[in-house]
Design a protein around this ligand. Sequence first.
Ligand SMILES: Nc1ncnc2c1ncn2[C@@H]1O[C@H](COP(=O)(O)OP(=O)(O)OP(=O)(O)O)[C@@H](O)[C@H]1O
Ligand SMILES: CCCC(=O)O
Length: 358
Amino acid sequence: MALSKNRILVINPGATSTKMGVFEDEALLFKRTVDHSVQDLQEFAKVVDQYQYRLDLALQVLKEENIEIKTLASIVGRGGLLKSLPGGTYKVNEKMIEDLKKAERGEHASNLGAVMASDLAGQLNVPAFIVDPVSVDEMEPVARISGLADIERISLSHALNMKAVARKVAQEMDKAYEDVNFVVVHLGTGVSVTPHKRGKMIDVNNAKAEGPFSPDRCGGLPADQLVKLCFSGKYTYDELKEKVSSKGGFYSYFGTTDAREVEAMAAAGNEKANIVLEALAYQVAKEIGAMAAVLEGDVDKIILTGGIAYSKRIVADIAKRVKFIAPIEVVPGEEELESLALGALRVIRGEEEAAIYS
Ligand SMILES: Nc1ncnc2c1ncn2[C@@H]1O[C@H](COP(=O)(O)OP(=O)(O)OP(=O)(O)O)[C@@H](O)[C@H]1O
Ligand SMILES: CCCC(=O)O
């Protein structure tokens, strides 16, 4: 088979699945989601320990899809908890792999994306990239001030999907991403609310620790009550960390992270479910208002994306509170695989220079 110049393998490792696909330029050849059960992953103490297990599964999928790995021209992984960096496509290098393996900024399944891409690309002698990792940081200095000298605000978000959706919406308006101002909201298992000013995410609620609650996270909490809880003796450090970062939000009220289940409970007359759903929309709307203020009211569009943007009820509850700010565009779901492929293509075609991680 002739070598296809732009045949790109994309790998997006998530907490409970590995999503992957192969593109030929913009055309999708196949897309697959391999689910990992709690049992599958429980033997691995750290995310990086899952490397061989996930790589073997990825190779198996390529075999089943009849893709010869020697036909791949580049490999793109979802970038993880790296050092703070500007958005863009980055060439995977040794320093990046070292930082991801050490997981100094924390454990996140996406830490495996670059490691898997680099290993396969190394065997084939083709480039490996990551695109808009969760640690994209384009915040302005004023946004970094927390109000406590010991703590600096940091930028962790669903940058990949939000930037891709923002680019797409700008294109539909016949404008460049760099020429518009948007408030973009990713409503997934985590929630990110970001003001995009002329192509830069100049602030964001750290999606792991601040802002609205989400299906599995508590978001910002009243500081004095949280401090009391920390020292109440009721929980260990690990228990409390898990509680706020993966067992908060919907999960803490209802034992599920599935917004559809919470909606079904509300529809069946469960008052608690009704008010918690309303509260999610209320908190997201408040954060959108705050980010519109960051943009000094100069907002071309508010964009709602992520899985929860499929919910007519939640979208309507948010819209009624923020529609006075700007027109609302709903782009439900996420296109992370496509966004990774497009990021690599921009570099392969010379439209963007690959950034260097250092
Ligand atoms: N049709 C729908 N109506 C309402 N909620 C939905 C619908 N489809 C998916 N969701 C909800 O979207 C949420 C998951 O969103 P998404 O798939 O974007 O998140 P994820 O990929 O698990 O995590 P993240 O986006 O934070 O990385 C779940 O709460 C799910 O119930
Ligand atoms: C930290 C942002 C991405 C996620 O929630 O997984």
